[in-house]
Design a protein around this ligand. Structure first.
Ligand SMILES: [Zn+2]
Length: 352
C-alpha cells in the first residue's frame, strides 16, 4: 500500500531535523589512497547526485590509476549510510524495492545464475548474502527443491523473507560479524550485487570463505566498472547507483584477490550477468532532472496540487520515451551482453 500524505508528513519532521545541519556530516574525510591497493594516484571519475530517491547530497567516485578500482570518495559515514538507506529497502520504499525483484525478468536472471553454478556443484546448503526480501532463494529453490537456502541481510527484510518461507534461516547482521558462527556450514555462498555496497570487500570475501566448507563455491555478481556503457552514459548509468555503491572492483582485481585468499576461480564472465535496464534508467534519471519533485519526506515542503499534477502529466508524456528506451534495452540485450557494453560480471570460485 502506498504511503499516505499523513505518513509522509510525520516522517518529514524527523528528516528535516536531520537535514537541518546539512549533509557534510554524512561523509568521512576524503581518502588520499586507494582502498584496494593503497596506491596514491587517484582521479575523479564522476560527480553525481542521488538519481533514485533524490535525497539531497552530492557524491564523487574516484578511480585508482594503479589498479582501476573505483570508489566513493569521500565515503558515507555510518550516519550517512543510515540516512541514505532509510526508506529504500524498508519503510516507504519497501514495496517498490520488493517489486523490482519480483516477476519473470528477475526470476529468469536468478535462475541463469543458478545454472551457471550447476556444472561445478549441486549445493545442499546455500547462504545468500544480501538477500533483501529473499527473491533469489525463492527463484533458485524452484530449480533446486532439495537445497536448503538461508539468507543474510542487515535489514528487517531478511526476517520477512523467512516468515514468507523464501529462506529457512534468517541471519540479520553483517557477514563479517556472523561468519565465525557459521564456519564451514555452507557449500554455496552467493553475493548478488552485494559487494559493491560493502565498506570493505576484502573482509567480506574472507568472511565468505569462512562460511564455506572446503570445496564449497562462492558465486559473485557485481556491476562492471570497465563497462563501456558506464563510460558512455556517465552519471546517468544506473549501476553507479549513488550513494549506495561504495566500491567497484575490476574483474581481474577480484579474481586476483580470490586467488590470494585460497580460492580457485572456476568461471569469470561478463555475458550472462548483464541486466538490460541501462537505457530506460538513463531516460528516467534525465526526466528526474526536470520533473517537479514527488511528495517525499526529505523535501522541505509538500508539493502544491499544481506541481503534483504537472509531475504526473510529464510522466505520462514521457511514457512513450521510457517504453522506447526499455524496448531498446531488450532489443540490444543479445548484442550488449556479448560485448564490453555488458554492465555486470559473474565470478564463481571454489574454496580449496
Ligand atoms: Zn588501487
Amino acid at each position: 500500500m502506498a504511503a499516505t500524505s499523513e505518513q509522509i508528513a510525520k516522517l518529514r519532521t524527523a528528516y528535516q531535523a536531520e537535514l537541518a545541519g546539512g549533509t557534510d556530516r554524512f561523509f568521512l574525510p576524503r581518502r588520499t589512497g586507494c582502498p584496494w591497493c593503497l596506491g596514491p594516484d587517484l582521479r575523479v571519475k564522476l560527480r553525481t547526485v542521488d538519481h533514485v530517491q533524490r535525497k539531497p547530497g552530492r557524491f564523487v567516485l574516484d578511480e585508482c590509476l594503479s589498479c582501476g578500482h573505483v570508489f566513493q570518495n569521500p565515503r558515507l559515514s555510518q550516519e550517512g549510510l543510515d540516512f541514505y538507506y532509510r526508506d529504500f529497502y524498508d519503510g516507504l520504499g519497501a514495496e517498490t524495492t520488493a517489486r523490482m525483484f519480483e516477476g519473470r525478468g528477475s526470476e529468469k536472471r536468478f535462475q541463469r545464475s543458478v545454472r551457471a553454478l550447476l556444472p561445478y556443484t549441486r549445493p545442499r546448503r546455500w547462504l545468500d548474502v544480501g538477500t533483501a526480501h529473499g527473491h533469489f532463494p525463492a527463484s533458485a529453490g524452484k530449480l533446486l527443491p532439495r537445497t536448503r537456502f538461508d539468507g543474510l541481510d542487515m535489514g528487517e527484510s531478511v526476517l520477512l523473507a523467512r516468515r514468507q518461507g523464501r529462506i529457512t534461516e534468517a541471519h540479520q547482521g553483517q557477514l563479517t560479524d556472523l561468519a565465525e558462527g557459521m564456519a564451514g556450514r555452507y557449500d554455496a555462498v552467493s553475493m548478488f550485487h552485494y559487494l559493491e555496497h560493502t565498506l570493505d570487500p576484502h573482509s567480506e570475501l574472507a568472511a565468505a570463505r569462512t562460511a564455506l566448507d572446503h570445496g564449497g563455491h562462492l558465486l559473485i555478481e557485481v556491476p562492471d566498472p570497465e563497462s563501456l556503457t558506464g563510460r558512455l552514459l556517465g552519471n546517468l548509468w544506473m549501476p553507479w547507483f549513488q550513494p549506495q555503491h561504495l566500491n567497484f572492483i575490476p574483474l581481474s582485481n577480484l579474481c586476483d584477490r580470490l586467488t590470494g585468499l585460497g580460492f580457485t576461480v572456476v568461471a569469470a564472465e561478463r555475458t550472462d550477468a548483464h541486466i538490460p535496464v541501462d537505457l530506460v534508467c538513463a531516460v528516467w534519471f534525465l526526466l528526474g532532472r526536470v520533473l517537479p519533485p514527488d511528495d517525499v519526506p526529505w523535501a522541505a515542503t509538500r508539493p502544491t496540487r499544481a506541481a503534483h499534477a504537472a509531475r504526473w502529466a510529464l510522466v505520462w508524456a514521457a511514457a512513450p520515451f521510457l517504453l522506447a528506451a526499455y524496448g531498446a534495452d531488450l532489443l540490444l540485450d543479445p548484442l550488449l551482453r556479448r560485448s564490453r557494453f555488458s554492465n555486470a560480471y559473474r565470478v564463481i570460485a571454489r574454496r580449496d
